[in-house]
Every structure is written in C-alpha cells, then in structure tokens.
Design a protein around this ligand. Structure first.
Ligand code: PLP
Length: 412
C-alpha cells in the first residue's frame, strides 16, 4: 500500500533570517558519511580533531573544547547547570531575548539571579557592568555576545578582566557570532563560551561547540558524581552538590571526551561530522577573511536598505555584521511582506520577538549565505514586495547602493 506521506521534498529556500541558514553543501556531504562505532579509533580520532579544530575557532588553548549534542541551548544549559549550585548569585546583563533565556536557565538551576537591562537595540557600557558586579558580587556572569533578537553585539574585550577583578566567572553565549565575529576566548579572558552550528558556521542545528578553562574545571569537578554502572573502581565523588542534569553534566562529558573515553551518551555521529566540516571550512577560509566578508555584506546590505529609505534598527555602532534589523515602515504589513518574499522569491527573512514584535524584520547574512549575490537578491526582492504593498522608493536604489559598496571594497 502506498504511504500517505510522500518523499521529503522541501522547496528550495534562501534562508536570510537570523538562523538556521542554508548549510554549506560540503557539510551536508560530510553528514552522509557512514556510521562508525563510538570507540572505533577512527571515530575517536575524529573527536580529537574536532577538539583541535574548535580550539582554533575559539582562539583558545583550553584543553576542554568539545561538542555538546543538542542545539545551542544545550551547551548554554550544560555550563549553567554544571556551574550553578542552588543559591549561587548569577548576574545576567539582558539586552534581548537570549539574555532572558540565560536568566531563565540560571533560575531553573536555582540560582539567585540578578539582571540588568537596557533597551532593546542598545548594549551595556562597561561602567554599568562594573556597577552591577560591585553591587551583586555574582559567582557567575552570563552574557550573550550577539543577540539575534535585537541584532546587537555586546563589546566584551574588557569584561573578562572586570569579572576577574570581582572574582566572578564569565560565560558567553556566542551562538550567533562564532565564525561571523571575532571571539578570541583567551585574549578576552572568557571562562566559558559556547556556540551553535546553524548560524555563521553554516551547519544544521543540533551540535553546540563549547570551550572552558581551568577556572571552570575546578568548579565543576568539585561536583563530579560519575553514574553508577560506568563508575570506575575507587572513583570518589566531589564534595559539591550533584549536578541536576545527567545529560548535560560537564564532568561526565569531560570523561567521555578525554583519553579515558568513559561512556556517557552515544556521540551524535553525523552531527560530529557536520561540526568537523563546518570548522574545517571556516579555518580554510581564514577567520580574518571570513570576518571581513561578514563586515562587507553588512555594509552593502545596510547601504542598500538606507538607499531604499528604510530605517535601520538599533545602535549601528554595535550592530552584528551577520544580522540587520530593519524597521517596518508605517502602514506596511510586516507579515505580508515576509510572506511575499517567501512565496514569490523563495527568500526567508526573520520576524521578531517581544518588544520588537511586528516592529522590525531581521535579515541574516551568515556564513555560507553571506555573499554578494544574496545581498543583491534580497534587496531586489524586498523592493518588489514593498512596492506591491504601496511603499515607494527610488527604483533600483537599494541594489545599486549595495553593488557600489561591493565595488568600493574591490569585489565580492
Ligand atoms: C544568541 C543566541 N543564543 C541562543 C540561541 C538558541 O539556540 P538554539 O535554538 O540552537 O538552542 C540562539 C538562537 O537563535 C541565539 O541566537
């Protein structure tokens, strides 16, 4: 009998939202490689290669640099749930939706959470961070680097040193910035940093690269309780409280990724292949060139949007190069334009959440999708969709301005 559901045949789409983005075809090819047993020396060799590749991606010498299986929030939760003991004070500077997520995960770990907030579309000055550190004396500061919900990137170069001065650990959510902005973990003295594949790394969602230093190791090993059934003889438990999550228990993940290879979960084989290929592609291009490519696309896109007399959202000096917020003009239906972009042009652009709901579109130029053709296609399609909704701007102005930005920069 014929099955009622047909073959999977998703329509071709250009994903220019805030992620997920189109995968680099080389990543999809890597994911089609055959399964290996998780203790096959070839596979454990790949695990070690992944660790080495992501040390380069994160610009760190941290031994503990590996993947957490799950989407980006799996690594966020692994860090927070492994570090935070009930009653610990955690400080979260919130400048968008994902700051609220960090605070929510910390609350679930029963931290005493203090937040500081700034209007969406702005970021924090270092003085505000210092004032909050002084007032709350947190054990952990958890902050987002680039918050896709507002398109803003929090400057972090000096925050690591500040946290050390007040004896706080610093965790950074670099989900949307790794591979699209500079994230020099050691130079900025960031204690733990995590990412995801589905944004500037051009992979599918489902694997979360993570790195952390010895300051974090010391704290989490004090809570080490290896599960019964795999616990080696004479391995004692740490003095700290057991970590509430088994799946996201960093000490057990460390044992699995160490030479010990103490079994925990079954590593997500195809996602590891994907993560390995994502990093190889980024490093082959070179971090610096890649960041320049994202900067240039952002310049060209914003020049085009401005030439179309559209207003850019937020403090442009702190805009992420990989996502651009555009204010939906008066009298225009944001949803109707997004629907027309999708149906008529096959282009997805992003909606927005919370206080920005219905107020801005978000256009992503991330990783594999961050290229001249896509910027031009997006501007041309947006102009046509807006015109059909009654919005008037000089015909062709957007594409022309973006082309000029590329020409000024000497090419694609
Ligand atoms: C800054 C940031 N953090 C965390 C997440 C959550 O990632 P995931 O949906 O992969 O769990 C996202 C996703 O958009 C993000 O942009």
């Amino acid at each position: 009998m014929e099955h009622p559901y047909g073959d999977l045949d998703p329509p071709p789409r250009l994903l220019l939202g805030p992620g997920p983005v189109n995968c680099d075809p080389r990543v999809l090819r890597a994911m089609a490689m055959p399964m290996l047993g998780q203790f096959d020396p070839v596979f454990t060799g790949y695990m070690n290669e992944v660790m080495a590749l992501y040390r380069q991606m994160f610009q760190t010498a941290n031994r503990w640099t590996f993947l957490v299986d799950g989407t980006a929030r799996a690594a966020i939760e692994a860090v927070i749930v492994s570090l935070v003991q009930p009653g610990d004070v955690v400080l979260v500077p919130v400048f968008g939706r994902f700051g609220h997520l960090l605070a929510e995960i910390a609350r679930r770990a029963r931290a005493r959470v203090h937040t500081i907030e700034t209007e969406w579309g702005t970021v924090f000055a270092p003085e505000r961070m210092e004032e909050a550190l002084l007032r709350h004396r947190p054990k952990l500061v958890a902050v987002v680097h680039g918050d896709t919900s507002t398109t803003m990137a929090q400057p972090l170069a000096h925050i690591g040193a500040l946290c050390r001065r007040y004896d706080a650990l610093l965790y950074v959510d670099a989900t949307a910035t790794l591979g699209g902005m500079d994230v020099p973990v050691d130079a900025w003295r960031l204690d733990a940093v995590s990412a995801g594949l589905q944004k500037c790394l051009s992979g599918p969602p489902g694997s979360a690269p993570l790195t952390f230093n010895e300051r974090v190791v010391e704290r989490v090993l004090a809570r080490k309780h290896v599960e019964q059934g795999i616990r080696p003889p004479r391995s004692g438990a740490g003095p700290g409280e057991i970590i509430q999550s088994n799946y996201l228990d960093l000490p057990m993940l460390m044992d699995y990724w160490s030479e010990q290879r103490l079994n925990h979960h079954t590593e997500a084989t195809s996602m590891l292949y994907a993560a390995r290929e994502c990093a190889r592609i980024v490093l082959a291009e070179g971090l610096e060139r890649r960041l320049q490519r994202h900067e240039l696309a952002s310049r060209a896109l914003t020049a085009g949007l401005s030439a179309m007399e559209l207003e850019l959202f937020g403090d442009q000096t702190h805009k992420m190069p990989s996502v651009t917020g555009v204010v939906i003009p008066e009298g225009i239906s944001g949803n109707a334009v997004r629907a027309a972009m999708l149906e008529d042009f096959g282009i997805e652009i992003g909606t927005s959440f919370g206080p920005l709901h219905g107020r801005i579109w978000r256009i992503g130029t991330m990783g594999y999708n961050c290229r001249k053709q896509n910027v031009l296609l997006c501007l041309g399609a947006l102009e046509a969709c807006l015109r059909r909704q009654g919005f008037r701007s000089t015909a062709g102005a957007g594409v022309d301005a973006a082309l000029a930005a590329y020409t000024d920069a000497g090419g694609a």
